[in-house]
Design a protein around this ligand. Structure first.
Ligand code: SAM
Ligand code: SF4
Length: 362
């Protein structure tokens, strides 16, 4: 892999399944496009890669109890294909790669994939979002391979609530995983939580206290319409405002100045004067689409410019039919060029995407 800047892509040749045209907003990005801009002035720098669609938990806001029809192995990108596509993204200006899924640690080659991404130039920051089951064994090998940061999803520290919400009795594994992440130096260890009404919404202050006691940085995220059953309902979602009110009953929350947020979506608060903080991500009620710098690659090689996008651009087919890196870059640029200004949740024409969060990569 060279450290040379990626060449400006000029009218790449048509490739199977590709978008080689150049009319803005319809097909490809205009000729001469550099990097990953869209029509609204945003530039993608943060790539979320789903390395598998499989999972060992069944969180109610994400998956049905019986699981999903998993991708067959030949449908998934191989390690070589995955690292190649990531390298094209990196040359197009991506500076952070977040590995996710499904449960990323279920991909057997994950440590090797991390090592290979860490060898790209310029080296992107490498993060992972995980449910933490098995992290006690993998935290150190992943850190040694080049993983920089980890977000562990944990919605409650009440064993019964955890089992209700994830439909699995694995709370102890997640706790062990969090400890191992801290020991491996993947700090600050971040915890992501979703509050579900009637399941864990009454214990959010206990979760915050538990994280404060252990030095983990907690962030709540509003539940989004990305469940496999399409059962989301705005009236049952626990909003960021409601979360704030619940947390404020027990803790003194001081908002951090807005400019500290940058393009990071979490509104952060000092807890009881700090230095510990808690974040609340109002992805539904106050979306951060205008500052979004994200793009996504699914486990079967589709680029999505947004979690809520209704279409994807296939890279796997063209790649297997002999597309060059320039061809792939052009396809990726075209997908980014089509990015909508916002997700539109709550508007009359909003349509929930067919794929759930676990298949897109959260
Ligand atoms: N399995 C890993 C995990 O749970 O961290 C990675 C994949 S999971 C899809 C990534 C993140 O998406 C998790 O933090 C999870 O809580 C979140 N998530 C899943 N479905 C969601 C939904 N409907 N609304 C908001 N967040 C969701
Ligand atoms: Fe699995 Fe993560 Fe979805 Fe939970 S949120 S079911 S852990 S993919």
């Amino acid at each position: 892999m060279t450290g040379l800047p990626f060449p400006t892509v000029r009218g790449a040749s048509p490739v199977p399944g590709g978008a080689a045209g150049s009319s803005p907003g319809t097909e490809g990005a205009p000729e001469g496009t550099v990097g990953l801009p869209d029509r609204f002035g945003r530039v993608a720098r943060d790539l979320r890669v789903s390395v598998t669609d499989r999972c060992n938990l069944r969180c109610r806001y994400c998956m049905p109890a019986e699981g999903l029809p998993w991708l067959a192995k030949p449908e998934m990108l191989s390690d070589d294909e995955l690292v190649r596509v990531v390298s094209v993204f990196v040359r197009l200006g991506v500076r952070q790669v977040r590995l996710t899924g499904g449960e990323p640690m279920l991909r057997r080659s994950l440590v090797d994939v991390v090592r290979r991404i860490a060898a790209l130039e310029p080296r992107p920051r490498i993060a992972m979002t995980t449910n933490g089951v098995g992290l006690d064994r993998l935290a150190q090998p992943l850190a040694d391979a080049g993983l920089d940061r980890v977000n562990v999803s944990l919605d409650t520290i009440d064993p019964q609530e955890f089992a209700d919400l994830t439909r699995r009795d694995r709370l102890h594994d997640v706790e062990a995983g969090l400890k191992a992440a801290a020991t491996a130096g993947l700090v600050p260890v971040k915890v992501n939580a979703v509050a579900m009404r009637g399941i864990n919404d009454h214990s959010v202050t206990d979760l915050l206290q538990w994280c404060l006691d252990r030095g983990y940085e907690l962030r709540f995220i509003e539940q989004m319409p990305l469940d496999a059953q399409h059962g989301w309902d705005a009236s049952t979602m626990v909003s960021s405002q409601e979360l704030h009110e619940r947390l404020a009953e027990r803790f003194r929350l001081t908002p951090l100045p807005r400019e500290d947020r940058g393009s990071a979506p979490a509104e952060r608060f000092l807890v009881d004067g700090g230095p510990a903080t808690v974040g609340i991500i109002a992805s539904v009620t106050a979306p951060f689409c205008a500052a979004c710098d994200r793009t996504r690659l699914t486990a079967d090689g589709q680029v999505r410019n947004c979690l809520f996008s209704q279409r994807e651009t296939d890279l796997r087919g063209p790649m297997r039919d002999g597309a060059s890196d320039d061809d792939l870059a052009r396809l990726i640029q075209g997908e980014m060029w089509r990015k909508a200004p916002g997700h539109g949740i709550g508007t009359s024409d909003f349509v929930q995407p067919d794929r759930p969060m676990s298949a897109i990569g959260g």
